[in-house]
Design a protein around this ligand. Structure first.
Ligand code: ZN
Length: 509
């Protein structure tokens, strides 16, 4: 009798945990709807009111999540969950959410308030410093944000490197040293490759810089991502200044795009990129709805999905063998006389430039490496804030062979540090590497994949990603997932062979 009672009460406790987490999930989704509206349709006069709405709902979500009841349930259920199948929803729920919970309660409220205050001033200071092109105006704010990030890392705790604690927020499980080793491999091969290409004749991409009617761009992008498998019954696309993907539930995953009427790339590749993020979220097992596990497992893994569809698929030759004639029919005056080869070369032009968000597939990772190294040096006190611009420019010269004209085009270009986000940047590059590792594995397991892409048939690829990656949500950490799917932990090899082959062909190396 007693045993039966224990089991009932375990079931009851799991059920209670799920109910409480569902409420947290609902509150977070409500805040996301408010943010989505803010970025898409909200009238500009509502900025202050909306900030209040979002802040109140987020505060409620935080209070509910960090409640004693959830803490006690997690503690009680932890030993029971450890005996269960680790991939069961119950066991995953306790394991992953306990980690979130411990983090959420580790930061003293005074530190949370200090960070929020520093970010609010830092963001403004950064905006004006960038406009005025004066790093000195932002420097004291940056110094403060670095100090607060150190305090945050101390509060979270770490064994080895201060950066580990911060990286863990975005890429759980991976260590700074591991990233350093991966980036070292990457740099060794990538810097000479970029140099060799810089010595060649630059690809001509003027065909992409013409007038392209916005509505036609919009329609073409949507047609492609429908072919990818983006489900419009459970999603939609709108315009925003900065494209993003947002999820309110597995049945409502939205993307935004921006379209330039005199440059084809931002609209087209931005749409494919966000669709990659959205396919991930739409592919999570419905069983995980309202559990807080229905999300990408890390920022890097998320980025691997967007980059896979944007670059491995959308910038590949087979893809354009299928879609180019259609694009030519849509834009006959602009592209009618441009051969496929010339178009393919144009969309894969390599051009080392100062700005990260404008970087091509090949040079992008070098921008990230530079930021990762500088972040580490700043946090570990090996680099003074005052010396940052000089060091930035020296590394730009080392890696890309260029010197930014000014701080606005150099050290002040990104918003991330002003938001207090340290440890975020490497996830972009890790995502690029993961995308290749996964795509290679898919190609191995799906014979004829390239041929099917050349027919505009993505069903197998999406199904493979759904089965191997998407459905798990946050149940498996990124590196474990990679090991399970590809047999190896994260490494730079796949991506390096991908770019060596692709750009070797394009530039006759
Ligand atoms: Zn992305």
């Amino acid at each position: 009798m007693a045993e039966i009672q224990t089991e009932v009460s375990v079931d009851h406790r799991f059920a209670r945990l799920r109910t409480l987490l569902a409420q947290v999930s609902d509150l977070r989704s409500a805040a996301s709807v408010l943010s989505w509206d803010q970025e898409t349709y909200m009238p500009p006069g509502a900025v202050e009111a909306r900030a209040n709405h979002i802040s109140t709902v987020r505060q409620l979500a935080h209070e509910r999540f960090t409640s004693d009841e959830i803490g006690t349930l997690l503690d009680d259920l932890e030993p029971i969950a450890r005996e269960m199948d680790p991939l069961s929803t119950e066991a995953s729920l306790v394991r992953v959410i306990k980690r979130d919970f411990d983090k959420a309660v580790k930061l003293p409220l005074s530190l949370v308030a200090a960070i929020s205050e520093a970010v609010s001033h830092g963001k403004d200071a950064w905006k004006y410093a960038r406009q005025a092109n004066r790093f000195g105006d932002f420097a004291p704010h940056l110094a403060r944000l670095i100090d607060l990030n150190r305090q945050k890392a101390e509060a979270y705790g770490y064994e080895d490197r201060v950066y580990d604690a911060l990286l863990d927020e975005y890429e759980p499980g991976i260590k700074t040293e591991q990233v350093e080793i991966i980036f070292r491999d990457l740099r060794r091969d990538l810097v000479p490759l970029v140099e060799a290409i810089a010595d060649r004749e630059e690809a001509d991409d003027t065909v992409l810089h013409q007038k392209f009617e916005r509505q036609k761009q919009w329609d073409f992008g949507l047609a492609v991502i429908r072919d990818f498998g983006y489900d419009m019954q459970r999603g939609r696309q709108d315009f925003s200044t900065h494209p993003f993907t947002t999820t309110f539930s597995i049945t409502d995953v939205r993307i935004t795009t921006r379209i330039s009427d005199d440059f084809l790339n931002p609209g087209l590749f931005g749409t494919l990129h966000e669709a990659g993020h959205a396919l991930y979220e739409q592919g999570v097992d419905i069983e995980l709805e309202r559990t807080l596990l229905a999300d990408g497992t890390s920022l890097g893994m998320h980025e691997s999905q967007s980059r896979l569809w944007e670059n491995q698929v959308g910038r590949s030759r087979p893809f354009w063998e299928h879609y180019y004639s259609r694009l030519q029919r849509i834009f006959p005056d602009q592209l009618g006389d441009v051969p496929l080869d010339a178009f393919y070369r144009a969309i894969n032009k390599v051009h080392p430039g100062p700005i990260r968000v404008e970087a091509d597939e090949l040079t992008y990772n070098l921008h990230i490496m530079l930021r990762f190294e500088l972040e580490n040096a700043l946090l570990e006190g090996r680099l003074a804030v005052a010396d940052l611009p000089e060091m930035w420019n020296a590394k730009m010269d080392d890696y890309l062979g260029i010197t930014p004209l000014n701080d606005a085009q150099g050290v002040l270009q990104d918003i991330h540090w002003s938001l207090g986000a340290f440890g975020y940047f490497p996830t972009y590059a890790l995502g690029n590497l993961m995308s290749s590792q996964l795509f290679d594995q898919a190609a191995e397991e799906l014979p004829g994949l390239e041929g099917r892409i050349a027919e505009g048939d993505f069903e197998d690829l999406l199904e493979w990603l759904r089965t191997k990656i998407h459905r798990h949500g946050r149940k498996k950490d990124a590196d474990d997932l990679l090991k399970d799917v590809t047999g190896r932990t994260l490494h730079a090899g796949s991506w390096l062979s991908h770019v060596r082959k692709k750009y070797g062909d394009l530039y006759d190396l």
